[in-house]
Design a protein around this ligand. Structure first.
Ligand code: SAM
Length: 311
């Protein structure tokens, strides 16, 4: 960059300074300068906390699997600090940003990359299957994002449930959400969403990120997690769409009343006779006093079958 910079400096001073700027999007002074020049104010309701710790984005991109032959989808680029790390490593990057005010900023900060497409829209509303068809057909795709925290779980569940063709999801989320999303059966943080994530993926907490790594600093610490998506061939006993639906009804009902035994929660949540639930637990080889967080995904699958199979 030094030599490129000097060359630009001799011919066009402005271009030179812009070039140096863009390489430094986690520097507070640089971020403030760009945002002030664009008259930008942070929106709390859009979860706008921008990363200012220079080590985080390169680490996220590397551990998320960015590299040659790979395409990346990002959600919420902000001013493009992670986008640039992805673009420098991947063949192609598509990034979805809801806030229209950030488009001119991104136009500037991503100007030296020709492999980035910015899509303006709401990640929860866009037709993601169509987007994948159009932008990523035939490519090996990873998702890598510092997610807006107000929609962390819905975004993750949308990617998983729609079975979009992705290899992995590497996302920054609130620390508590990371624990919940990656919890194993038996752990206190384990809930319905932990079981759902484990059905679709192999989750892992990669590293923690303190609140001071963001501008403005949020009130909570964060963590980066990676979900390695289970591919169709990875399922020992693939379930039909109907069986999947039943499984998640059972999981949600079992975790519905946390202080109760699974039998009581299931009976209430599924409006089922308690004796029938106890019998299904027995058929599944599960102790009747078990609590939902003690059951594995395999337990839930067998239990779901026992509950919904007509005698
Ligand atoms: N990636 C940047 C970084 O790490 O500094 C910004 C991350 S910030 C936590 C979340 C970003 O998501 C913001 O840019 C915000 O405008 C955007 N965003 C919020 N809601 C969104 C939605 N529904 N769809 C797409 N982007 C959204």
């Amino acid at each position: 960059y030094f030599y490129v910079g000097r060359w630009y400096n001799e011919t066009n001073r402005k271009k030179w300074s812009t070039r140096i700027f863009m390489n430094n999007l986690s520097d507070i002074a640089t971020v403030k300068e760009i945002l002030t020049r664009h008259g930008f104010r942070f929106s709390k309701s859009l979860g706008q906390n921008f990363l200012i710790n220079p080590t985080v984005c390169p680490r996220m991109a590397e551990l998320g699997g960015a590299g040659p032959g790979v395409a990346a989808l990002e959600v919420g680029p902000g001013i493009g600090v992670l986008t640039r790390e992805l673009a420098a490593r991947c063949d192609k990057v598509v990034t979805i940003e809801l806030d229209k005010r950030l488009l001119p900023v991104l136009g500037e900060t991503l100007q030296d990359f020709s492999n980035v497409t910015v899509v303006q829209g709401d990640v929860m509303q866009l037709d993601l299957s169509a987007l994948f068809q159009q932008e990523f057909a035939g490519r090996d795709v990873i998702v890598c994002a510092n997610l807006p925290y107000y929609i962390t779980s819905p975004v993750i569940m949308r990617f998983l449930e729609e079975r979009l063709p992705i290899r992995s999801l590497t996302v920054m989320v609130q620390k508590e959400a990371a624990q919940r999303l990656c919890a194993r059966p038996g752990e206190r943080a384990c809930g319905a969403v932990s079981a759902a994530v484990r059905y679709y993926a192999e989750p892992k907490v990669l590293f923690s990120v303190s609140r001071g790594s963001f501008m403005p600093a949020p009130h909570v610490d964060s963590a980066v997690i990676r979900l390695d998506i289970r591919q169709p061939g990875d399922y020992e006993h693939p379930l039909s769409a109907e069986e999947e639906k039943q499984l998640f009804r059972v999981v949600r009902a079992a975790f519905g009343q946390r202080r109760k035994t699974a039998v009581n929660s299931l009976s209430a949540g599924l409006s089922m006779d308690k004796a029938r639930v106890i019998k299904a637990m027995e058929q599944a080889g599960l102790p009747p006093a078990a609590r939902a967080e003690q059951l594995t995904l395999d337990d839930f699958e067998v239990l779901s079958q026992a509950l919904f199979t007509e005698e």
